[in-house]
Design a protein around this ligand. Structure first.
Ligand code: NAP
Length: 287
């Protein structure tokens, strides 16, 4: 691709950003859609997020993604915020508007599009959600907004599970999130669940760990969705499959949160066919 005087810039702010696969997603899309756009990682030091956002605006940057640890902190420097991102309290995409950047959350709709693409339904489901960090909060909002039957929200620190459940139930007006201590997983009702793994346990390099190791738990799981995408086969996924369930990793979620950001920046829609072409390239370049 030729970089010239008309090239627009998008990028990722976070710390660290050196491991990111996002440039591959966005630069592939730009190439395939013949857009004069480049996407680059920007390593931002603690305490400099507001300056980074201001500087990006001054430099005519079209849009930014935001990753850990700045998804909440970045909000203070925005001129506008989308309603969904406001509810979730986390922003991972900034879109240039007249007077600054508008913040969006594409993690949650990205996960939804990834689940639809895998044929996973949420409506009426009984869900076990493992974790109560930033990602789990977005998943809890997604589950409530898609009318699941119930979500059992299990976390090591039960106070965090309780806080997320209270907030999501209040903000969505649906009393569907039930907090539990992770250690109490044996008290789950005798049903078959969709389990969504949103803890950081099992993430590279700790690939030999799963947040729950007991095989009895996995007998209750018909489908396991791990948000982790490094490695592509997690211990959690293996345990689900060993007990006869279907298991998925989080690479498609990563893909679709990127695609939705790209759609917002360029005001276009990316076809499912194109998304799957980019997905193949992501997998081929997987390290
Ligand atoms: P986070 O805010 O740091 O939350 C971490 C969660 O993991 C907390 O619930 C924490 O429990 C739990 N946890 C950590 N160590 C544990 C242990 N030894 N035993 C039990 N629980 C433990 O992280 P996050 O941003 O929510 O991310 C969570 C995962 O989702 C990460 O692996 C990340 O890679 C993945 N993710 C994927 C995508 C994607 O696009 N696919 C997007 C976002 C995140 P406590 O509260 O008790 O500490």
């Amino acid at each position: 691709m030729e970089i010239n005087g008309h090239t627009r810039t998008c990028g990722l702010i976070g710390n660290p950003v050196e491991h990111t696969m996002s440039p591959l997603i966005h630069n592939t899309l730009a190439q395939k859609l013949s857009r004069n756009l480049v996407y680059v990682p920007f390593h931002v030091e603690q305490g400099q997020v507001a300056d980074a956002v201001k500087g990006a605006y001054a430099l005519n940057v079209l849009g930014l993604n935001v990753t850990v640890p700045y998804k909440s902190e970045v909000i203070a420097g925005l001129s506008q915020i989308d309603e969904l991102a406001q509810k979730i309290g986390a922003v991972n995409t900034l879109v240039r508007v007249e007077d600054g950047f508008k913040g969006y959350n594409t993690d949650m709709p990205g996960l939804y599009r990834a689940m639809c693409s895998e044929g996973i339904e949420l409506e009426g489901e009984d869900v076990v959600l493992l974790g109560a960090g930033g990602a789990a909060r977005a998943v809890a909002f997604l589950c409530a907004s898609k009318n699941v039957s119930r979500v059992y929200l299990l976390n090591r620190s039960v106070d965090k599970a309780q806080a997320v459940a209270k907030e999501v139930n209040e903000k969505t007006g649906k009393e569907c999130i039930y907090p539990m201590a992770l250690a109490d997983y044996r008290m789950l009702p005798d049903k078959k669940f969709l389990a969504i793994q949103a803890t950081s346990v099992g993430l590279y390099p700790d690939v030999d760990k799963a947040v729950i190791e007991n095989r009895d738990f996995y007998q209750k799981i018909h489908t396991g969705y791990d948000l982790i995408y490094k490695p592509l086969q997690t211990k959690f996924m293996k345990l689900v499959k060993d007990q006869g369930g279907n298991a998925f990793h989080g690479l498609k979620m990563l893909l679709y949160q990127g695609i939705i950001a790209y759609e917002l920046w360029n005001q276009l829609s990316v076809s499912e066919e194109m998304a799957l072409e980019v997905y193949e390239i992501l997998k081929e370049n997987w390290k």
